[in-house]
Design a protein around this ligand. Structure first.
Ligand code: ARG
Ligand code: ZN
Length: 878
């Protein structure tokens, strides 16, 4: 059944307080819920409908008396209710150890954990499981004291102690009213790192990170990230921690990244645990940003929450924007900030752009859904963050802060909509470019699809002026044939042909109609335009810049993002040139000279060089072809990209070797931007050196890589060396892989890397896919643990087109089989994986026909979950 945004109605009843009691047993847990219920005066006489799923009801009492009830559409309906406030008591049971969906109350590693967003609370007890019903929760947990020594829930610990028969109890009280999706409990055998802090404003807090006994040495970075997040939100937005106690718990079976439950964040271990020996620089960065993200939800999500799930981007888009800004501020230098921005944009283009062009295209605020869990998407999160970023651009940094202040002044404690947010930002800046165009700007929430921004420049020597004409067009998306123009902030500046900036040319143009022109005066020659600086809007810029202009921008632009972008455009032109012509790629001297100049430029950071020299991904290249309406041949793209890597390896050999010498050793491990950049560049150099050596039968660099693999002092260097060997197809790879596995046998997150590294290897005659298929039968492989399942499957489908798109369709069939299997026990995980072939229509034959058949194979499974059903139905719809 379809849920529609326009069908929203306020709840019939408010739940003011909930007193929950749990008798925790893995096989059968007893739940007693006592609620203070108040009829909503605006909707008198309505029955009370309570959501419930996979639970067993044993008793319903109203004011202590039994009442009549019935079930309708899976809801428990009470229709003979007092018109005055009353007490409702529900008793039910659930079976945590049989809960393989990992939604609701489930067991993992012998402990109890919960995941309630979006609709998991109904799998725990009957309740109006919707975010606009907010209650004060008191929670009593009872469990065996030996097996479950830690008993945690939201808020403050009120009381705890022993019970008979070896059991114990704890009572928690959360003073902040909250929706059911923010409820959490944990009962498990865990240890914790604790730190007491006093904030700038003088408040005292206890911070705790709970993990399994062996993992305590991997919690320092998460704790530091939490402390930094608290300080940052107070300094940048004036938002203080509103709880005495703030807890983070790590769990190894988790469908998503992490969850912002009030005062008790629950995290996928992948985003908490980090030690130099087991986690890479990227992992350290992810821990910082996810800890920040969940912490920032405490205000943007928890204090102000969503009225309904269509407003999801209200909290997710805003909180992603906040975590991106946090990571940039933590990075510090302008160059390190730019690196973070480039990485974020690369992610957006890699996942959100294809989503916006495929069958799952939906507005940042969707209009309908079958399964809300399918809408925790790159569009809602990452495009949503870009929408917030554009607002910040249009009102300025101080203006955005004023807008946030007004948002909290107006809505603290409420469940609101995206309109309320945009209105607050605009009202706080009444004369801004946002306020004067607010209704048009809000089309970003309503219209799906990535706008094409066309730019054309015309120089007039007579008037010494240059006129820039910007126009926009957005292709149709499912259910939205015609689009209104968007409001597009275009940050830009002009350069002279020699790369000097044209003084006073920097500005933010606001395109708010189909086409507009701007004229720049006082120019002696046609300038080089740097458009969409910092990626100021989530659009596809169609700008036929000349090669000369791109080389100038790459070498001289003051905007680091556009320097990088110019380099990517130069690479795309060469790669797609070869793909289109069907001829082998041959790199030209101009391109190689430019890349060499970047590598030798002493003024550039290593991290930036690494980004410039990393070629656009095969997925990104495929989208560029699809955008132009050309059929996508993933094998042709793969071949061109591999050829280009080989030529970069050969032609820049001297430079790669020099960079390795200069940066291979970074001393004691610190995950700061400068050290991370040096390691990234050294690893990129090593990858090219091994690739080139293997191609030419030379054994020196593979030998050095193996040595590096053995004595690396941290996981970034060790995995970098291993990847150089495996991805460079060195004969030394097999042995190194075996050693790596033996070395990290007990470290689940590292074994995930071991699987993923192999699944990401550049395909070569089907050998990589064959290896993936073999690894799926490895004793350590399992579909039950989401991280492990994804390590092979998501890596192959999302990051390795060369392995996934086989001309015989074998990898598609393998994928279909796994999706069907996973769907039987974990629909959320299955439906995520089911999206791998969303872009099948863009493929060339024979891939297109084979892909369609594989999706039909998934669709043909009887009793497919609603989640996966929604994905395949959309994929196959005409
Ligand atoms: N609110 C969480 C976050 O972004 C994500 C939870 C999503 N869970 C789900 N089952 N859809 O941090
Ligand atoms: Zn979030």
């Amino acid at each position: 059944t379809l849920t529609r945004r326009e069908d929203y109605v306020a709840p019939s009843h408010w739940i003011r307080t909930v007193d929950l009691s749990f008798d925790l047993e893995p096989a059968k847990t007893l739940v007693i819920s006592r609620m203070q219920v108040e009829p909503n005066a605006d909707r008198p006489g309505q029955p009370l409908r309570l959501d419930g799923e996979d639970i067993t009801l044993t008793r319903v009492l109203v004011n202590g008396e039994s009442v009549s009830f019935h079930f309708e559409d899976g809801q428990l309906v009470l229709d003979k209710l007092p018109a005055e406030p009353f007490q409702l008591e529900i008793r039910n049971t659930c079976a945590p150890e049989k809960n393989t969906q990992l939604s609701g109350l489930y067991t993992s590693g012998g402990g109890f954990f919960t995941q309630c967003e979006a609709q998991g609370f109904r799998r725990i007890t009957y309740f109006p499981d919707r975010p606009d019903v907010m209650a004060v929760f008191k929670v009593t947990l009872k469990a065996d004291a030996k097996r479950f020594p830690m008993l945690l829930s939201n808020g403050n610990l009120v009381e705890s102690g022993p019970l008979d028969k070896g059991r114990h109890f704890a009572v928690w009280h959360d003073p902040h009213p909250k929706p059911s999706y923010l409820f959490a409990l944990v009962a498990a055998d865990l240890v914790c790192r604790e730190q007491k802090i006093r904030t700038r404003s003088g408040a005292d807090h206890t911070l705790q990170v709970y993990v399994r006994a062996g993992d305590l040495d991997k919690t320092e970075h998460a704790m530091n990230s939490l402390i930094a997040s608290i300080a940052w939100d107070e300094a940048r937005f004036g938002l203080k921690l509103d709880l005495e106690r703030f807890m983070i718990v790590a769990v190894s079976d988790f469908n998503m990244g992490a969850m912002e439950n009030k005062g008790l964040n629950i995290f996928n271990t992948k985003f908490v645990l980090a030690s130099p020996a087991t986690a890479t620089d990227i992992d350290f960065g992810n821990v910082e940003s996810v800890v920040g993200h969940e912490y920032f939800h405490n205000w943007t999500g928890n204090r102000i929450t969503c009225r309904d799930w269509f407003q999801l981007s209200l909290k997710e888009g805003l909180t992603v924007y906040r975590d991106q800004e946090f990571s940039q501020d933590m990075a510090g230098s302008p160059s390190a900030r730019a690196v973070k921005r480039i990485e974020d944009v690369r992610g957006l283009r890699q996942t959100q752009f294809p989503e916006d062009a495929g069958p799952m295209a939906h507005p940042v605020r969707p209009d309908s859904y079958q399964a809300i869990d399918n809408f925790y998407t790159a569009t809602v999160y990452d495009k949503g963050a870009e929408v917030v970023r554009m607002m910040a651009t249009l009102v300025g940094r101080e203006g955005f802060r004023r807008g946030m202040d007004l948002y909290f002044a107006r809505h603290d404690g409420q469940a609101v909509t995206c309109d309320d947010f945009a209105q607050a930002i605009a009202d706080a800046n009444p004369d801004s470019a946002l306020a004067t165009r607010l209704e048009a700007f809000k089309r970003w929430y309503a219209q799906a699809g990535t706008p094409r921004l066309k730019a054309a420049g015309r120089f007039d020597a007579e008037t010494r002026s240059w006129t820039l004409t910007l126009s926009q067009h957005t292709p149709a998306t499912p259910g939205q044939a015609d689009k209104w123009p968007f409001v597009i902030p275009v940050a830009m500046g002009l350069l002279q042909a020699d790369g000097t900036p044209v003084a006073g040319s920097e500005r933010v143009l606001v395109l708010d109609s189909a086409q507009q022109s701007w004229t720049f005066d006082g120019l002696d020659a046609a300038p080089v335009a740097s458009l969409l600086r910092g990626f100021s809007a989530p659009v596809i810029l169609e700008w036929e810049a000349s090669e000369a202009d791109l080389f100038t921008l790459l070498g001289h632009d003051t905007d680091a993002f556009n320097r990088w972008e110019a380099g990517q455009r130069l690479a795309v032109a060469r790669l797609l040139g070869a793909v289109r012509a069907g001829t082998p790629l041959m790199l030209d001297a101009a391109y190689l000279d430019a890349m060499r100049a970047v590598l030798r430029d002493a003024a550039l950071d290593c991290a930036f060089k690494e980004l410039v020299l990393t070629l656009p991904s095969e997925g990104y290249l495929a989208e560029r072809l699809a955008e132009a309406g050309e059929p996508v041949d993933p094998q042709a793209i793969h071949a061109a990209r591999e050829a280009m890597r080989a030529q970069l390896a050969r032609a820049l050999h001297e430079d790669w070797a020099a960079l390795w010498e200069a940066h291979a050793s970074t001393g004691g491990y610190r995950p700061d931007p400068v050290s991370c950049g040096r390691r990234a560049l050294a690893n990129l150099a090593l990858a090219h050196l091994v690739l080139d050596a293997v191609a030419h039968g030379d054994t020196v660099w593979p030998g050095r890589a193996l040595q590096r693999f053995k004595d690396a002092g941290n996981m970034t260097d060790r995995l970098g060396a291993l990847s150089a060997l495996v991805h460079g197809r060195s004969p030394l790879a097999a042995n190194a892989l075996e050693r790596f596995h033996a070395m990290f046998r007990g470290e689940a997150l590292v074994i995930d890397k071991w699987f993923a590294l192999q699944a990401a290897a550049p395909e070569h005659d089907g050998e990589v896919f064959a290896q993936i298929r073999a690894l799926a039968k490895h004793p350590d492989y399992s579909l039950r643990n989401p991280n492990r399942a994804r390590s092979l499957l998501m890596t192959m489908t999302a990051l390795n087109p060369g392995a996934f798109h086989r001309a015989d369709g074998s990898a598609y069939a393998f994928w279909a089989e796994k999706v069907r299997e996973i769907d039987g026990f974990n629909p959320q995980l299955a439906s995520r994986l089911a999206r791998a072939l969303d872009r099948w229509r863009a493929l060339a034959e024979p891939y297109r026909t084979l892909a369609r058949a594989a999706i039909e194979q998934v669709a043909a499974k009887p009793e497919l979950s609603p989640d996966t059903r929604e994905i395949v139905t959309r994929a196959l719809a005409d």
